[in-house]
Design a binder for this molecule. Sequence first.
Ligand SMILES: Nc1ncnc2c1ncn2[C@@H]1O[C@H](COP(=O)(O)OP(=O)(O)OP(=O)(O)O)[C@@H](O)[C@H]1O
Ligand SMILES: [Mg+2]
Length: 388
Amino acid sequence: MTSTPRRTTAPDPANESAALEGREEPAGALGREARGGVQRCRELAELLPVAITEADRAGRFVFVNRYGLEALGFTSLAELHGKTMTDVIAPGDRERARTNWGRRLAGEALAAAEYQLIRRDGTVFPAEVRSAVIERDGAVVGMRSVAVDISDRVRLERQRRRLQTRMLEAQKLESLGVLAGGIAHDFNNLLTVLIGNAELALLELPDGSAGRSYVADIQQAAQRAAELTRQMLAYAGKAPITQREVAINRLIRKMNALLELSTEHRARIELHLAPGLPRLRADPHQLGQVLLNLVTNAVEAIEGVSGTVQIETKEAIFDADGAGAVDVVDGTLAAGRYVTLAVADDGRGMDEDTRRRIFEPFFSTKFTGRGLGLAAVLGIVRAHHGAV
Ligand SMILES: Nc1ncnc2c1ncn2[C@@H]1O[C@H](COP(=O)(O)OP(=O)(O)OP(=O)(O)O)[C@@H](O)[C@H]1O
Ligand SMILES: [Mg+2]
C-alpha cells in the first residue's frame, strides 16, 4: 500500500526533484522489488553509450548518466548544478528546444529532435534527442531524454551530398565534352582546308593586290578559329598528347617572357618555384596552355591599374589515408607523388555562382570571353591523370 498522498494538482516545484528521484517508494516486498528495478535501470543507464538525462519541470538536471557527463565535458552531476537543459543547447537552437519542451510537458508526443549541444569547453556537436515526460501519480514532474551524438552521421551525409553534386557536375561536363569534342573535330578538318587553301591563294596573288588582304584576313580568322577548336578538343580530352619528360619550372621560366607579354603591363608576375621537383610525364605544349589560360584569367581579373599574379609550384605527397592531400574540385588522386601548380591573383575574385560554373565550356562572365580557358585546363589536367 502506498503512503504517498495522491496528487491531483500540479506539483510543487520545490518537491519536484524529490518526486523525480522516486524517494517515496512502496514498502514491503513490492517496494523492494520496485527499488531493485530502479537500481537496475540506473545501472543500465550508466552502461549505455548514449547520454541519458532526467530533469525537473523547470529543466534542471536531476540525473545525467556517466556517458552524458563525459559527452558534455563534466565529471559529476554537481558540476551541472543550477544548469538547465537549455544551457547545454547551442543558442541558435534554444528557442526551438524551449518550445518543444513546453509542448511535451503539455502532453504532446513529439518525434526526435536534432539540436547542437554545447560542451563545457564551448565546442558544439550535433545530437538527436528523444524525450518523454516523467509522471508520478498522474502528474508530470519532469522530462527524461536520450541524446545520441550524430556527428558521424552528419559528416557522412554532408560528404555524400558533396560527392553527389560533384558527380552530377562531372556527368554534365562529360556530356558537354562529347558534344564539344565532336564539333571541334569536324571544324578542325574544315579549318585545315580553309587555312591550307588560303595559304595557296596567297602564293598565287601578287603583292599589293586587293584580294591578298582579304585572303590574309580569312587566313587569320581561320587560325583563330583553329585555336578555339584546339581548346575545345583539349577540354574534351581529345587533343593529341605527345608525352615527354617535363621539368615544369623550366617550362614556366621559358614561358615567362610570353606570360609577361600577356599581362600588358597591368600585372607583375611573381614566380615561387620549389626546387628539386620531380619531372613530369606530360605534353609540354598542353601544360603551357594550362599555364597561359590560368595566367590570362588572372590578368583579366585584375581591375585596378596593376596587380600581382603569383605562380607557384610545389611537390605534394599523398599517402593512402589522404594525409597531405590537397583539396580538389575535379578528379580524384591516388596516393603518390605529385607536382602542384597554383596561379593566384589579387583581382576581383568570383562569387559562388560563377565559381560553380567556371569549368563549363562556353561559360564566361566576360564581354569577349569564349568560356573555353578553364574548360581546356580541366580537359588537359584530366588527360594527364591530374586533378584541379
Ligand atoms: N582568376 C580569376 N578571377 C576571377 N574570375 C575568374 C578567374 N578565372 C576565371 N574566372 C571566371 O571564370 C569564367 C570562365 O573562365 P574561362 O577562362 O573558362 O573563360 P573566359 O576567360 O571567360 O574566356 P576564354 O578563356 O575562353 O577567353 C570567367 O569568365 C570568369 O568569370
Ligand atoms: Mg579565360
